[in-house]
Design a protein around this ligand. Structure first.
Ligand code: FAD
Ligand code: SF4
Length: 482
């Protein structure tokens, strides 16, 4: 493939010979040729080892060695088709999966100390190329099933269900409380990790295929679960987890102590060009501020890196354990450090100082690691007498999320939940305690990953399809018997 691209004349008199437009074209051709060469080079590093730990550690069990081989041979379209066979959004997973914990972390070349094949980048490249070349097919719905499904939540789990069920010929309605579909792909994950047009073109493809999106529609406010059960033959709840974990410390209610998701949503909205009063008046803008982010997960990493991009004066990340025990991706920590974020390990907020109601600093308690807890992780405990103050004009709370109280919100007290508040499902059928109501994604697993939401969406579609087929057959038999 690389050999097929012709490079422009880049001789000594290049600047005089080429107009700015031509130079831009040359640049994009050269970048493209470079990307092709890089993808081929990386793919050819795959040893086709025959023990594809990479595939087994990919939640979608993508056929990684096979599409790497095809890419190395320049057979990009076939590589795309194979990668697309197991995933509804390979270019998105290729961008944002924590590959170091999944496929790439289990590459045998990585084990041999030579650095993993960059599987995620190749996956992204293959599908980006497919979009550019027009190989991504529109959705062609199968024969009309005469049955309709409701998907509550338009995140990766819900979008995957919409894609696979519409393709099977069902009438698909997706309800979401936001004004744009995409869930955390749209409003959580920052644009510098996942460009928004990449998400929107997936949604446009679904719309063009006949999926009906009902945005600004909150189940619990605009309809009860029961209302939707009357309108549709089956339902998938894919609402994610959105209750932020709280910090209990004096002064936490001061102005300028904000929730991570409010901060990230404001920043993502600005990226879409929306008017965002709380950003425009400075409350959710880190520009020129001393920012302290509390937490050590992926959300915290997104906040610190967004704050840097907004032009914060300083960005510190406060985490109560040490580097080795933090939940966020080590790759993300490295990126953040390179961008100028300072990590303050073994530290927790004790109180928030304010001046006239606005936060002015964080009183920090030093921690140390005690004995391992039930999960095997060493529990942090206070190191007495070691407190100090950090100046801060903006504090972002990023301690993770728990499920909202769905049975109450949906006015469905019979909807069973686990002791963590996630929806209880039968793991064989993926059905909740309510007949014909299925569930998938974070609302079942707790806060997890996009690739797991896609996997759940794939699995629940299969189970729901089987259930709907049986229901249709039973209906026909009932009619015949009557
Ligand atoms: C800041 C942040 C960064 C992340 N970064 C990464 C990353 O880099 N890589 C990765 O793999 N994972 C990442 N994750 C995790 C990942 O985004 C989630 O695991 C994934 O989005 C879960 O998908 P989902 O479809 O279950 O739910 P969501 O994506 O949360 O979507 C749920 C949807 O349901 C809607 N909804 C909720 N309640 C209702 C209701 N009552 N009525 C109607 N609609 C409703 C919401 O508006 C939302 O659109 C990140 C998470 C966060 C918070
Ligand atoms: S989906 Fe994620 S884990 Fe699977 S191959 Fe792609 S990047 Fe790796």
């Amino acid at each position: 493939m690389a050999g097929m691209l012709s490079f422009p004349d880049v001789g000594q008199d290049y600047p005089e010979k080429r107009s700015p437009e031509q130079r831009a074209e040359d640049f994009s051709e050269i970048s493209r040729a470079y990307a092709v060469a890089k993808a081929e080079e990386q793919s050819s590093r795959c040893s086709q080892c025959g023990v594809p730990y990479c595939s087994t550690h990919c939640p979608l069990h993508n056929h990684i060695p096979d599409w790497l081989r095809l890419t190395a041979e320049g057979r990009l379209r076939e590589a795309y088709e194979l990668s697309n066979a197991t995933s509804t959004m390979p270019e998105i997973c290729g961008r944002i999966c924590p590959q170091d914990r999944l496929c790439e972390g289990n590459c045998v070349i990585e084990f041999s100390g030579h650095g993993a094949v960059t599987i995620g980048s190749v996956e992204k490249f293959i599908t980006d190329t497919a979009w550019e070349e027009g190989w991504v097919e529109p959705i062609v719905p199968g024969p009309d099933k005469g049955q309709s499904i409701a998907v509550i939540g338009a995140g990766p789990a819900g979008l995957t269900v919409a894609d696979l069920m519409r393709t099977r010929g069902y009438d698909v309605h997706v309800y979401d409380r936001h004004d744009r579909p995409g869930g955390l792909l749209t409003y959580g994950i920052p644009g510098f990790k996942l460009e928004k047009h990449i998400v929107m073109r997936r949604i446009e493809r679904l719309e063009a295929g006949g999926v009906v999106f009902h945005t600004n529609f909150e189940v619990g406010r605009d309809a009860s679960l029961d209302d939707l059960r009357q309108r549709h033959d089956a339902i998938v709840v894919a609402t994610g987890v959105y209750k932020p974990r709280a910090i209990k410390a004096p002064g936490v209610g001061s102005g300028g102590v904000v929730e991570a998701l409010d901060y990230l949503i404001a920043s993502n909205r600005k990226g879409f060009g929306d008017a965002v009063p709380a950003f425009d008046d400075g409350s959710l803008d880190a520009n020129g501020k001393n920012v302290v982010v509390v937490g050590g997960g992926d959300t915290a990493m997104d906040c610190v890196r967004t704050a840097i991009r907004q032009g914060a004066s300083s960005v510190k990340c406060l985490y109560r354990r040490d580097r080795a025990n933090m939940p966020g991706s080590q790759r993300e920590v490295k990126n953040a450090e390179e961008e100028g974020v300072e990590f303050v390990w073994l530290s927790a907020p004790d109180a928030f100082h304010d001046t006239a109601g606005a936060v002015a600093g964080v009183q920090v308690a030093k921690m140390r690691l005690g004995d391992p807890d039930a999960s095997g992780r060493r529990a942090p405990e206070r190191d007495p007498g070691a407190e100090y103050r950090l100046d801060a004009d903006l504090v972002i709370k990023a301690l993770g999320f728990d499920p909202e109280e769905l049975p109450k919100m949906f006015d469905a007290p019979e909807l069973a939940v686990t002791r963590w508040g996630t929806l209880r499902v039968d793991h064989k059928t993926m059905m909740t305690s309510l007949d014909g109501v299925f569930a998938a994604g974070d609302i079942v697993r707790g806060a997890s990953l996009v690739v797991w939401a896609v996997r759940d969406g794939r699995d629940v579609s299969e189970r729901m399809h089987a259930w709907l087929k049986a229901k249709a057959v039973a209906r026909v038999e009932e009619k015949a018997a009557a």
